[in-house]
Structures are given as C-alpha cells and as structure tokens.
Design a binder for this molecule. Sequence first.
Ligand code: NAI
Length: 245
Amino acid sequence: MLCIDLSGKKALVTGSTRGIGRAIAEFLAKAGAQVVITGRDEKRAQEVAKSISSNAIGIGMDLSDLQSIRAGYEAVEKEVGSVDILVNNAGITKDKLFLRMTLEDWEEVLRVNLTGTYLITSLAVKGMLKKRWGRIINISSVVGFIGNVGQVNYSSTKSALIGFTKSLAKELASRNITVNAIAPGFIETDMTASLSEEIKKEYLRNIPLQRFGTPEDIAGMVAFLCSPMADYITGEIIHINGGMF
Ligand code: NAI
C-alpha cells in the first residue's frame, strides 16, 4: 500500500501496456487513482487494465496517429470523463548512426515521442484547466542530457521534452497545473533488453549505484509528483539514474 492517496483522480498513462508505463499505471492505481491504460493495441490495453485494477480501463491510442489520439481521448472522456493526471510515457527508438539515418527514421521517432506528446497533452489539458487542477509528467531520458551514439533522433526528442516541460509549466502554473519531467537512466525493460551484454557492462561501469534501474524506480517518483507533497514543484526535471549523471 502506498502512503499516497490519489483517490478521486483519473490518470492516463500513454504506452502503458508494458515496461515503465505499466509500472506507473500500477503505482497510480495502488494509490487509488482510476487509471486509463493506453497503447496501440486496444485489446492488450484492456487486458492489462483488467490485471491491474477493477478500477482501470484500457483504450486504444496510437500516438503516431492524430485520428487515433483524438478518437482515443474521446473514448476516455465518454467512459471516465476528463483526466486529472497525464503521464506522457510512450516513446520509441530507431537507432542508427547519423550518417545512415533517413528522414523516415528521424520523423518516426519525432512523431511518437514529441508530436504525439504535444497532441495528447493539448486534449487532456482542457479538462485540467476547467478543474483548475492537473498534473502532467513527461518521461524524458538521460540521453537527452548527455547524448548517445546512434540516437540523434531519440535524444533530440528527449531534450525537446525538457523545453516542452519548462515552458508549459510556466503557462499553466496560474491554473494550478504542474508540469514536470523525469529523466531515467538505464532501466531494464523491453527497450533495453536487446542491447548486447558488452554494452550493458559498459553502461554498468558508469553507474555508481552499480545496478540498472527498474520500472518501479520511476513509478514511485511519478506517484510522488502527483501527490500533495509535490504541490509546489513545477517545471522540474528529476534525474533517476543511479548516479550516472
Ligand atoms: P518499452 O518499449 O518497454 O515501452 C514503450 C511503450 O510505449 C510500450 O508500451 C509501447 O507499446 C508504447 N508505444 C510505442 N509506440 C507507441 C505508439 N505509437 N503509440 C502508443 N504507444 C506506443 O519502453 P520503456 O523502457 O518502458 O520506455 C518508456 C519510456 O521511458 C519511453 O519514453 C522511453 O523513451 C523512456 N526511457 C526509457 C529508458 C530505459 O532505459 N528503458 C531510459 C530513459 C527513458
């Protein structure tokens, strides 16, 4: 049981059928929030919702597709009403050395990580403005701060989320809506599972706490940022990386 009470709040987590997003959804549900699980596959989102809480629902939402985002958010409003908490978690990588990167590789990553985040935020924020309460949390990355070989597209989006967070925080503060970002380091999920053992060893050498992070290491901070304990925190970037940066 988390000692954070979010009962009465509705939270939407993008890309929450697995990995960090799923752990965030689980923590928010444990804290009492009604959680909306979203992902490209609606059936999968519904299955995950069912496994998390009887108070969770699953909705299909492909963040690379404007129509899907609009239709998905319409369905959310119909089923639970406007959300109070939005966690922009969905993100993809399409790693390639810059000289081999195509315009398509560039645009695909920007479309999901950045434009998708902008679009769902612009829909979700309307209800928060009316309620004069809202919590928006963007999942950036340590790579947005230190860069990484093969990730010019991905790291550009993760740095951009910092500007997005800081500017939006200033615009929405007077309406009691806080906007913060979390920049995870190396977290063990499907996204990092395909990296070679050699690369993982190299990363580990640079992590003072000597272990990779878990999705739960990130989820706890999200729950905290939604709680009354964090009411006075906005425009902030929280680094969770075991000390590597
Ligand atoms: P993951 O690949 O396990 O999960 C990503 C989630 O986003 C999945 O649920 C996936 O279905 C969803 N997604 C992908 N494309 C989508 C689309 N078009 N529409 C809707 N949902 C979509 O990755 P992980 O590790 O859980 O990552 C979650 C977030 O954390 C991402 O934004 C990632 O960039 C960020 N992050 C992850 C780190 C790590 O080491 N795993 C480190 C730093 C940041």
